[in-house]
Unconditional design. Structure first.
Length: 279
C-alpha cells in the first residue's frame, strides 16, 4: 500500500507539471532501489547534490538542473542533511552516504554562479541550517526549505539570500513572485517598500499640521529625509512578493488527480471502524 501511495503521489506531481524535486529523508522510506525506480517514472528530474550511492560513490540522482525561463537561466540544486535522520543506523540510509551539505553547497553554488542568472537551493536541511547556509555560502539567491515546517509569511533576507518555508504536510502552498534585474543586485520584499512609502506619507502629513512646533518640524524633516533615502536604496534591487495560501475546501480539486485517488481507495479501502461495545 505504501508503494502504491508513493506511485500515486508521483503521478499527481507529473500532472502538476513540476520542474524538479529535491530529495528529503522520508523519500528514502522504501529504500534506495525503490526511489531510483520511482525517479525513472517521473517527468521531471529528482535532484540531490550530496546524496551518494555507497557502493559506487557516485551521486544517486542528478546533482543540479539549469532551466531557462523568461530569458533567465535558473540553476536549481538540492541538499539533504544527515542530521534529519535518527542516526547512522537509520534504515533509510542503507546503501547511501551523505556528503557535507555546506562543502557541497559551496562547490555547487560556485559552479552554478558561472552558468546561471539565478540560483535556487531546494533544501531539506531544516530552518536553522538554511540560515547557516545563507550566512556561509555566497551565490545562493533563494533557499526553498523543508523539513522544519515553519511558516515564513515574511521571508527573512540573509546576506542577499531569501529563505522560504511553508508549513508541513502539504496543507499550504507558497508562491513567490520575483521582479529580477540581475544576479548582482540584492533582494527586498515589496511590502517593505510599501511600508516605507506609507510611513513617509504619514510623516509628511504630521509635519504640516498647524500645531507642530519648529523643533518638531526639524525632527520630522530628518525622518522624511531618512525614509526617502531608504526608499532610494531599494531602487534597482530585485523585488519579490511572497504569499502562503491554505489548501482547503475552497481550492478546486484537479479531476485527474481525484480519479487516481478514487482508484487507490478502491484498491486499499480504509478498515471499517469497530462497532461500539454494547452495555
Amino acid at each position: 500500500m505504501v508503494a502504491a501511495k508513493a506511485n500515486l503521489m508521483l503521478e499527481g506531481l507529473n500532472l502538476m507539471g513540476y520542474d524538479a524535486l529535491g530529495i528529503g529523508d522520508d523519500d528514502l522510506t522504501l529504500g534506495k532501489e525503490f526511489l531510483v525506480g520511482l525517479s525513472k517514472k517521473a517527468k521531471f528530474p529528482f535532484l540531490s547534490s550530496n546524496l551518494m550511492d555507497a557502493e559506487s560513490g557516485k551521486p544517486l540522482f542528478q546533482p543540479y538542473l539549469i532551466k531557462e525561463a523568461h530569458g533567465l537561466k535558473v540553476g536549481i540544486f538540492s541538499l539533504l542533511s544527515p542530521e534529519v535522520f535518527s542516526g547512522p543506523q537509520d534504515l533509510r540510509l542503507k546503501g547511501v552516504t551523505l556528503q557535507n551539505p555546506i562543502e557541497t553547497g559551496q562547490r555547487i553554488a560556485r559552479e552554478l554562479k558561472s552558468n546561471a542568472d539565478l540560483v535556487i537551493l531546494l533544501s531539506h536541511l531544516s530552518y536553522p541550517k538554511d540560515v547557516e547556509m545563507a550566512q556561509t555560502v555566497p551565490g545562493i539567491q533563494i533557499i526553498a526549505g523543508g523539513h522544519t515546517g515553519v511558516n515564513l509569511a515574511f521571508p527573512p533576507i540573509i546576506k542577499d539570500t531569501v529563505i522560504l518555508h511553508t508549513p508541513t504536510r502539504g496543507m499550504f502552498a507558497g508562491r513567490l513572485d520575483l521582479t529580477f534585474y540581475d544576479s548582482a543586485s540584492g533582494f527586498y520584499n515589496s511590502s517593505t517598500k510599501r511600508s516605507l512609502e506609507t510611513n513617509l506619507a504619514n510623516t509628511k502629513l504630521r509635519s504640516n499640521a498647524k500645531e507642530v512646533t519648529q523643533t518638531e518640524k526639524e525632527r520630522y524633516r530628518k525622518m522624511i529625509g531618512d525614509t526617502e533615502q531608504s526608499i532610494r536604496m531599494l531602487e534597482g534591487k530585485n523585488e519579490f512578493t511572497n504569499s502562503i495560501s491554505s489548501l482547503g475546501a475552497q481550492i478546486k480539486e484537479e479531476p485527474q488527480v481525484l480519479m487516481l485517488i478514487e482508484d487507490f481507495k478502491k484498491n486499499f479501502p480504509e478498515p471499517s471502524k469497530p462497532s461500539p461495545p454494547k452495555h
